[in-house]
Ligand binder design. Structure first.
Ligand code: UFG
Length: 322
């Protein structure tokens, strides 16, 4: 039985990855401070409520079992909030990660899968985005993740810490019948907000239709959370098999505009989405689409969900059962 420590396993992507790890026969311990994650996402006997900043207790925990690796999700993730509260983001996301890496070094755990983000690219000069494009984040959130990637580069050299960073594009959807789904508070993401507009009748504001895209709205690469969870398992297997450190984009390679997503929600729910068109949201790039060829060729990853309506359907099923 391989033991894996998952930080932030009570959050959206973390809980989906824990679910898949357990199905694949891994033994999982979750560390989460529940500041953003949900207690109901984790079995009580698996959960250790602990801040990342507590290096000593993390060390003790990492020494308590023969952990093969750590999958590190725990972080704040809201781009807008990070611009208002940069200190909070750098403290939690960067200092928190350093505390974890210090504990890992002390406990001699030397493999890590890290949640990174497409936000490390900022406003890229071209799409699809390849991993060799410049790292130029435009928000404290994106920079906090870029900083951790940089630290991991040094720890690879100096501490033989092997890591895979996965730069997520737009995670969405839910694993059917898992009880898990997207429930951020406050919610800022497009698909849950469109579903909420249908449910409540309160219109959602769409952020701009004057972008240089075919219908004027922003284009994003929507990747199903279960496909993202699978990428983490493949990354773990790569590291456990002695693979080298790397950063990979995690997206489908297909872009959808905000209006296309809205139409998919209308098709799935059979209802009109009440909406109004507002101005652009600061910091939004017109088009963000991943080139994920490296993830596919190096780790053998392949997205199972390629139809936007199927992705939306899984999010709708989750929202309906809540
Ligand atoms: N949008 C609206 N109205 C809303 C919410 C979103 O029109 O109420 C639009 C946004 O302007 C954007 C698209 O829907 O064009 C998707 O927005 P999300 O907020 O769902 O996602 P983002 O693309 O802004 O952010 C995602 C991740 C971030 C990550 C970023 C990488 O959630 O964590 O991709 O660029 F940093």
């Amino acid at each position: 039985m391989k033991h894996i420590l998952v930080t932030g396993g009570a959050g959206y992507i973390g809980a989906h990855t824990v679910h898949l790890l357990l199905r694949r026969g891994y033994e999982v311990t979750v560390v989460d401070d529940l500041s953003r994650g949900h207690r109901h996402n984790v079995a009580p006997d698996r959960l250790r409520i602990l801040p990342l900043a507590d290096t000593d207790r993390l060390t003790e925990l990492l020494r308590s079992k023969p952990f093969e690796a750590v999958v590190h999700f725990a972080a704040y993730i809201a781009v807008g909030e990070s611009s208002r509260e940069p200190e909070m983001y750098f403290t939690n996301n960067v200092s928190g990660s350093l505390s974890l890496f210090t504990a890992m070094a002390r406990a001699q755990v030397s493999r890590l899968v890290f949640s990174s983000t497409a936000a490390v690219y900022g406003t890229p000069a071209r799409v699809p985005i390849t991993e060799d494009m410049p790292i130029q984040p435009v928000s404290p959130y994106g920079d906090s993740k870029a900083m951790v990637e940089k630290i991991l580069g040094w720890l690879d050299q100096r501490r033989e810490l092997r890591s895979i960073s996965l730069r997520y594009f737009n995670a969405c959807g839910a694993e059917p019948d898992s009880g898990l789904g997207e429930e951020h508070d406050p919610e800022t993401h497009l698909i849950p907000l469109l579903l909420r507009a249908v449910e409540t009748g309160h219109p959602i504001t769409l952020f701009g239709d004057d972008y240089a895209t075919p219908d004027g709205t922003c284009i994003r690469d929507y990747i199903h959370v279960s496909d993202l969870a699978e990428a983490h398992i493949l990354a773990l297997e790569h590291l456990i098999g002695g693979g080298a450190s790397h950063a990979f984009n995690a997206g489908t390679g297909t872009g959808h505009s905000v209006l296309e997503v809205l139409r998919a929600v209308e098709q799935v729910t059979g209802e009109k989405v009440p909406h109004t068109m507002g101005p652009r949201r600061a910091g939004d790039a017109a088009v963000l689409v991943a080139d994920s060829n490296q993830l596919q060729s190096t780790l053998g990853w392949k997205p199972r969900y390629t139809d936007l309506r199927e992705i939306v359907r899984t999010a709708f099923e989750f929202a309906r059962k809540r």
